[in-house]
Design a protein around this ligand. Structure first.
Ligand code: ZN
Length: 200
């Protein structure tokens, strides 16, 4: 068994860092060492930021995203088109769309997908206020869910519950990624791209 090389406080820091997504024990050790070496520039501001995050971050009761205020910054932003509602599975999906600056609407974060195999049903998702939100002047709902089986099951379910509102519902196109080469695509993607071809 390996000898312990540092005191329990440092070991604890490494163990906690190793729980972060994308960090194994080896990269956690490197991150811990880096933080300790950069104590003033990195470790102190990071620990302050973590305390602030723990104390101030709340879930937005309108859209289900997180922020330091409820309603969140996006829900309060009057420059956004409130008639377009983009439904995403996770906050990281919302952030990805915001980074790409592709849509200036409002969001609704489901917090996951329906997954009968894992026992995740409609009650486990952020759906309780969706119909009410749509009825407040939304003209188009864009289902920006993942192109997975669970994502598509969820999209069908939402389409069903929104049917009575008469809102226009669209979903993201499936197909050839930008910069993608046909030769490398799987058959499902190729066939979706061919079905959803658009005229030039
Ligand atoms: Zn919000």
């Amino acid at each position: 068994m390996a000898e312990r090389v540092a005191g329990p406080e440092i070991e604890r820091l490494i163990q906690l860092l190793a729980r972060l997504p994308g960090l194994g024990p080896r990269s956690a050790r490197r991150a811990a060492l880096h933080l300790i070496r950069k104590r003033e520039e990195l470790l102190s501001p990071l620990s302050d930021a973590l305390v602030v995050a723990r104390e101030r971050i709340v879930t937005c009761s309108t859209c289900g995203s997180i922020d330091t205020s409820d309603p969140c910054t996006i829900c309060r932003d009057g420059r956004r088109d409130a008639t377009v509602l983009v439904i995403v599975e996770t906050i990281s999906d919302l952030w990805a769309l915001e980074r790409a600056k592709v849509i200036n609407g409002q969001y609704h974060v489901l917090g996951g997908t329906l997954s009968p195999l894992d026992g995740i049903g409609p009650k486990d998702l952020n759906l309780s206020n969706l119909v009410a939100r749509v009825e407040q002047g939304v003209r188009e709902v864009i289902l920006a869910v993942n192109a997975t089986v669970d994502g598509q099951t969820t999209a069908h379910y939402i389409t069903d519950i929104l049917k009575m509102t008469g809102v226009k519902i669209s979903r993201l196109a499936h197909g050839v990624p930008v910069g993608g080469e046909l030769d490398y695509l799987d058959e499902g993607t190729l066939s979706a791209a061919m079905r959803q071809r658009s005229s030039l």
